[in-house]
Write a protein that binds this ligand. Structure first.
Ligand code: SF4
Length: 637
């Protein structure tokens, strides 16, 4: 039987499932809600990720946690849960003021927090004293001299919350983290079995809270359709728990799943049990499929004319894609944050990596300059999927109209441009229009290090409010940059990044290791380039990602072109994305990764920039073949 919505009762609730970031709302529901309202649909939204975190991190939440730990015999407790139980009165007394502080509602508490006598300190605080060889935590004590009291206090408060997340994980739910929940149940899981088993198990404390919050949201909004937008595998389990709660509460409420996870991982879905939870799953840009679905639910369109939509028919999964053009990016409307509790997000300060600070700290309005990527060639990227391959830009006038509307609605002037790679021409036009209208915002986003970002353009972008940019340098090796069709050279990256840096814009480089055919020599040479880029003031921040192949990337689709062999996948009825491969070079990338991260962490703090890059590896590696002044020469050229 098809679900149906009686005329005049359509009311759409879009939900953000746990877990996503806690400093600012994930933008998907804001986009959907803005779009649907523009179409005259009654649409509301709720962030259950934030709500769940705040429920756990409340005096009542900690009391529940303590009760769980008390039920475990002393001898069976972990070190962390034992320490929490011992210090419980202090946690109970400090949690509410600390959350208010992180919400920006009680800044003077910073002075007490930095005194180190206020917050109970668990194992996470050890990073303050220890030498960290990774990309994150410490030694931070020396760095606090450079941080203001507020930042210092926010970092300590973040460690305190991380200690509590560890206790939640060890005491009540081993799958819980602040940024993901039950991720392994969904990521590239060929069958639904692990997720089905987890969903059939008795609810944990975290699940129970999520059920309560879901029911409260249903009671508040009384939707007839609930859209659950799932960006990552780490939000899938909770999305299904939400749908399970909705169906138990009222099976007639229509549940719809969409978002980045479905778009990448559920393209070969044949598992009917998924539809015990969700009535429909849509793929790719959600606007057109949703309009078609809402028409269908109101009896104005047959099921044969759904767009990019899975549903269950006679016990089997059916994918229907009645070809209709997507809504132009120019016409998708302005996102709205109306209904989201903007004052309750937490400004965390997890890492001193300057770019990661922007991600986790502060409430940024999220805006897209263009749908998709104008380059769409990189061989490690999902270039066969709509979110990359369908490039569609909005005009600078439209973007500035959206910016003005968002500032008026939220009162916030910071924008994170969430493009895959914002095109230089569009950014130039945006800067022109921002300056013409004298709109005072700050913005940051992701680009390609293109020649067309001249020093003059970098300066203009800075003048228009650009404070930071990130871009892919990937493996700093001209041979590998060519193989991965990145369309840049190391020298070009040096000149472009220097232009941004000279304009006062923070530059973050995405770095990669473990690309097919990459040798130890390539890795050492890449690190030498990175060292010189830091030393010459071209980049200030970076992050190493280990290459992984996906089935949607050129490497996954034509591995022979990259000299690797794919590991065959089992039959897939549920999720499919990552795919293993064997590389005949046989290089131990995991071991090299440790040294790369250690080096980068130090470079970001200005340490070791004059030293031989081989010092960061615990084993013998060859001498770099890159000339010591290679980047300096590139900058003169
Ligand atoms: S990696 Fe970035 S620049 Fe390359 S195709 Fe993907 S989105 Fe575009």
């Amino acid at each position: 039987m098809q679900p149906s919505i009686p005329p005049g009762t359509l009311r759409v609730l879009s939900l953000i499932p746990p877990m996503t970031q806690l400093n600012t709302p994930y933008p998907s529901t804001a986009y959907l809600t803005g779009f649907l309202r523009g179409q005259g649909v009654v649409a509301v939204q709720d962030d259950l990720a934030l709500a769940l975190a705040l429920r756990l991190l409340s005096p009542a939440g900690l009391a529940d946690l303590k009760r769980h730990i008390d039920a475990v015999p002393q001898g069976e407790r972990t070190v962390r849960t034992h320490a929490f139980a011992e210090q419980y009165p202090r946690y109970a007394a400090t949690i509410a003021p600390t959350i208010r502080f992180l919400q920006g509602q009680d800044s003077t508490l910073a002075h007490r927090i930095v005194g180190r006598g206020f917050l109970p300190e668990g194992p996470r605080f050890a990073t303050l004293d220890a030498y960290d060889d990774d990309d994150g935590g410490g030694p931070l004590a020396w760095a606090f001299g450079a941080l203001g009291v507020q930042d210092h206090a926010r970092h300590l408060a973040t460690l305190y919350l991380n200690d509590l997340a560890d206790v939640v994980r060890e005491a009540v739910d081993s799958r819980f983290e602040f940024v993901r929940y039950g991720e392994s149940l969904a990521q590239s899981q060929a069958t639904f079995d692990p997720l089905a088993a987890a969903l059939a198990a008795a609810p944990t404390l975290v699940d129970a809270y999520l059920q309560q919050l879901t029911l409260a949201s249903l009671a508040q909004h009384r939707p007839t359709v609930v859209l659950v937008s799932v960006p990552f595998p780490g939000a899938v389990y909770a999305a299904f728990r939400i749908a399970q709660t909705i169906k138990l509460h009222d099976p007639a409420t229509v549940t719809v799943l969409g978002g980045g996870y479905a778009n990448t991982e559920l393209r070969e879905l044949t598992e009917p049990r998924v539809f015990d939870f969700f009535d429909f799953i849509t793929l790719d840009a959600g606007e057109r499929p949703l309009l078609a679905l809402l028409d269908h639910l109101q009896g104005q369109r047959s099921a044969q004319r759904l767009v990019r939509t899975y549903h269950r028919v006679d016990g089997a999964v059916r994918y229907t894609n009645f070809a209709e053009p997507d809504i132009a990016f120019e016409a998708v409307g302005t996102p709205t944050w109306d209904g989201l509790p903007l004052q309750r997000y937490l400004s965390l300060l997890d890492m001193l990596n300057p770019m990661h600070r922007l991600w986790s700290d502060g409430r940024w309005n999220k805006l897209t300059v263009a749908h998709g990527c104008y380059w769409k060639k990189c061989s490690f990227c999902d270039v066969s999927l709509d979110y990359i391959s369908r490039y569609d830009a909005a005009s600078a006038e439209t973007l500035c109209d959206r910016i003005e509307a968002i500032v008026a609605e939220t009162g916030q002037t910071g924008f994170h441009l969430v493009d895959e790679a914002a095109p230089p021409k569009s950014l130039k036009a945006l800067a022109d229009e921002l300056q013409r209208r004298q709109i005072g915002i700050s913005w940051w986003g992701n680009i390609r290090f293109e020649k067309s970002f001249t020093p003059d353009l970098c300066q203009q972008l800075a003048d228009s409010g650009c404070i930071a940019i990130s871009g892919g340098l990937e493996v700093a090796s001209d041979r590998l940059l060519t193989l991965m069709k990145k369309g840049v050279t190391v020298d070009q990256v040096a000149r472009v990044t220097k232009g941004f840096s000279d304009a006062g814009i923070l530059v973050h480089a995405y770095l990669m290791y473990g690309f097919p055919t990459q040798t130890v020599q390539d890795t050492v040479d890449a690190l030498e380039y990175v060292r010189q880029l830091f030393a010459e003031g071209c980049i200030q921040s970076g992050f190493w990602h280990r290459f992984s192949a996906t089935v949607h990337s050129p490497v996954g689709r034509a591995p022979q072109d990259y000299g690797v062999q794919l590991v065959p996948l089992p039959p897939v009825s549920f999720a499919k994305n990552d795919i293993g491969f064997t590389d005949p070079t046989g290089c131990d990338h995991a071991a090299l990764g440790v040294g790369l991260k250690k080096a980068l962490y130090n470079y970001m703090h200005g340490i070791g920039l004059d030293e031989d890059v081989r010092r960061w590896f615990d084993f013998h590696v060859p001498k770099p073949k890159v000339a010591k002044n290679r980047i300096a020469r590139a900058l003169q050229g």
